[in-house]
Design a protein around this ligand. Sequence first.
Ligand code: IMP
Length: 210
Amino acid sequence: MHRRLEGRVVIATHNAGKLREMRELLAPHGVECVSAGELGLAEPDETGDTFIANALIKARAASATAKLPAFADDSGLCVESLGGAPGIHSARWAREAGDYPSTMALIETRLQERGCLAPDTRRAHFVSALAIAWPDGHTEIFEDRVDGVLVNPPRGTAGFGYDPMFLPDGHDRTFGEMSAEEKHGLPADGSRALSHRARAFQALEKACLG
Ligand code: IMP
């Protein structure tokens, strides 16, 4: 039995790009969003070994401290020829490389070292796991993905993170070249959204906001 998400909800992220996307997704449902940053909540260590485990760690920690339902996302880019890396370590790779242009250059170097120049050797997908945790311990989990290829050089200045190098299947512009609406908007006719987070959100919406 799914539980309805309503009232005041903590968005358990300190990432400004993700916070903006989540707020845009929740706004039409009249859910009042307050961010973990605004509440001064500490960021828990992401010690899980899956996207879902890490989303649950963040949602549970924020909910327990704020005594409110908390909504968390864990996401990342999985590059098939790199054994799924950076995967759950996508944010860590960027911290260690210093910025996203350097992180994308590092991925490109790793691909070229393996001779991955043809598009079919440059397959990648973004994954988004969404978790909601309530103070009484109830949780809800949703996960989805978007598949595509990595382009070189990266293109576009929209979005955030690895967006400029990710070309979703069936499109000729990277996420970095798409508007926010195109990347993570929810089609009014109920058809499948494009981004991993919007797709996972569609499932959440049906189960917890309908
Ligand atoms: P975390 O979920 O906070 O651990 O971080 C996820 C990492 O994956 C961050 O480094 C993001 O930049 C990256 N990432 C997640 N979703 C997207 C996206 O939609 N576009 C680009 N990068 C993303």
